[in-house]
Design a protein. Structure first.
Length: 251
């Protein structure tokens, strides 16, 4: 049974490992191509956009895909909208692996922002030392708040778009641990963290470090991300595939 996994997350990689040795499924992992050297994966991998909804419908038909699992990042809402529309058009079942968001805990000082632009505005007028833990795609938004000193952590250096003038880049790939995150915030004298509510363990240490040091976090809200049948773990997603397989065989 041919399966397409839309990936780019820890959960998608975990799902790939689970399916790699499962002879019931012939799965392919799809990545957007956001990083120059993606981490090695347990499944055959294709990289790059499909060309919108129509392109994805064509891909599903050409590759004789019978089920899709959307395990994309919680902020990759366009890919999820395309997956829902394309699976609907092609009459293919879709499940979504949805990572739970982080919840505010005692000691957290979170300032909610509806999107990245609101986050840039929320830093305020006075110059601050800001840690941007949001990836590289939206860094140009902070060029409109040039009075601040930014430390941005990215996997690959940003390309295109005007960047804020006082920007220091740190290139690193998660997971990150609490000791290192605490040292980073302290050594760089960070006064404010800007983060997406990614959820999961891999990048949570910066939130814990901010809590321990009393550093506020501007938390960018999750977009409204369309979903198919919602699953919470890679194990649940495999169980859903088993269900699809049995219903296709009529057992
Ligand atoms: P997006 O806005 O949902 O998708 C934009 C386009 O990228 C899609 O329409 C699709 O192009 C292509 N695409 C996205 N995911 C794909 C996949 N798994 N396989 C094939 N093509 C894919 O997503 P984004 O631009 O990648 O990221 C949006 C937000 O998510 C950003 O804030 C980013 O920081 C965050 N994020 C993304 C990833 C990731 O791996 N994508 C990882 C971490 C964080 P077509 O329309 O041509 O098919």
């Amino acid at each position: 049974m041919r399966v397409l996994i839309l990936g780019g997350t820890t959960e998608a990689s975990a799902l790939a490992r689970r399916l790699a040795d499962d002879t019931h499924f012939e799965a392919t992992l799809s990545l957007a191509g956001r990083t120059a050297q993606p981490a090695p994966q347990a499944l055959p991998t294709r990289i790059g956009g499909f060309g919108g909804i129509d392109g994805l419908v064509r891909h599903l038909r050409d590759e004789k895909i019978v089920a899709v699992i959307d395990a994309t990042h919680p902020y990759a809402d366009q890919m999820s909208a395309h997956a829902l529309a394309a699976c609907d058009q092609a009459a293919i079942p879709l499940a979504s692996l949805v990572r739970a968001p982080w919840m505010r805990q005692a000691g957290d000082d979170w300032i909610q922002a509806v999107d990245t632009r609101a986050a840039a505005n929320a830093i305020g007028r006075n110059p601050r030392r800001v840690f941007l833990a949001i990836g590289r795609q939206e860094l140009p938004v902070f060029a409109d708040a040039p009075q601040h000193h930014y430390l941005a952590r990215v996997i690959d250096a940003p390309v295109g778009g005007a960047l804020p003038p006082n920007l220091t880049l740190v290139q690193a790939r998660g997971p990150f641990d609490l000791a290192a995150e605490t040292a980073l915030l302290r050594d760089r004298r960070i006064e404010l963290v800007v983060s997406k509510n990614a959820g999961g363990d891999a990048t949570y240490a910066k939130i814990e470090a901010a809590r321990a040091l009393g550093v506020p976090v501007i938390m960018i809200a999750r977009p409204d991300k369309p979903a198919g049948y919602v699953t919470a773990t890679s194990e649940d997603a495999v169980a859903w595939l088993g269900h699809v397989r049995r219903s296709l065989r009529g057992v």
